[in-house]
Design a protein around this ligand. Structure first.
Ligand code: ARG
Length: 252
């Protein structure tokens, strides 16, 4: 490995270190409880009967999540919990029939961190279970968006009940600028960032929704630590990836 390669690898390990230290800010920080009826598109993706990631209902049979949540994993181990307040009980647990990760997904940098999966049975929509529309336009810098999930809380464990946090959008160019710690190599062209003081997504929120004006604008992808002011949360930009999502959903 070249010296440059080594530096990049070490940095990647740091960035993807999933808040290895049980950092005090490790919560969908600033998180308030969110009732599932107010985020009925939110699901828990379970692998080997444990919450692995969040996900988003696109249709009665298709769920969107992050590429890194499914990449290389066996479909037979996957289930999706829908319509549930808690990731480990309630709602309905549905097996997964097939999944597809973006062809350009890059597991080192988490570029194109998007995937769709097909459920083995059709969902019944109701107050706690329904789809959300995909944004056609990327949200503008400074606008507000809400992230939800069961990711790590202050004590470094998953949240028992669904959490939400309100964030401000940081456009891709600003997120990749010297104003923050990442730089342009890390912040992919197909991403958008979001942050606020003392609130952020965290480990276990990946694959979950970032919502603005009742539309899906982002999918939780990665970040260095959680609620570190120099490192915003990075999201797959749904408007940019929209045509891939629509096509992949039809193809699997
Ligand atoms: N990669 C994390 C996951 O797998 C999501 C991290 C989001 N982090 C952040 N600081 N916004 O759950």
């Amino acid at each position: 490995m070249t010296a440059y390669g080594l530096v990049v690898s070490v940095l990647v390990l740091l960035l993807l270190g999933e808040a290895a230290s049980a950092d005090a800010s490790g919560r969908i920080v600033g998180g308030d409880d969110q009732v599932i009826r107010n985020a009925p598109w939110q699901v828990s993706i379970q692998i080997s009967a444990r919450h692995e990631c969040g996900g988003v209902i696109y249709s009665k049979e298709i769920v969107i999540t992050a590429g890194h949540c499914l990449h290389g994993k066996s479909v037979t181990l996957m289930k999706v919990r829908v319509g549930a307040q808690n990731h480990n009980y309630g709602g309905t647990l549905v097996p997964v029939a097939a999944y597809k990760v973006h062809e350009q997904f890059d597991s080192t940098f988490l570029h194109f961190d998007i995937a769709v999966l097909r459920l083995s049975t059709l969902l019944t929509f109701g107050l706690s279970t329904r789809a959300i529309n995909l944004a056609r336009v990327s949200p503008s810098a400074g606008s507000t968006a809400t992230v939800t999930g069961w990711g790590n809380t202050d004590n470094g464990a998953l949240a028992e009940t669904l959490q939400k946090a309100q964030l401000q959008i940081i456009d891709r160019a600003e997120c990749a600028s010297l104003k923050y710690g990442y730089g342009a190599d890390f912040v992919g062209e197909e991403t958008i960032c979001a942050a606020t003081t003392d609130a952020d997504a965290c480990t276990g929120d990946s694959g979950g929704p970032l919502v603005a004006n009742s539309q899906l604008v982002g999918i939780v992808s990665w970040g260095y630590e959680c609620a570190n002011e120099n490192y915003p949360g990075v999201y797959a930009d749904v408007a940019i990836l929209r045509s891939w999502i629509v096509k992949a959903a039809n193809a699997i």
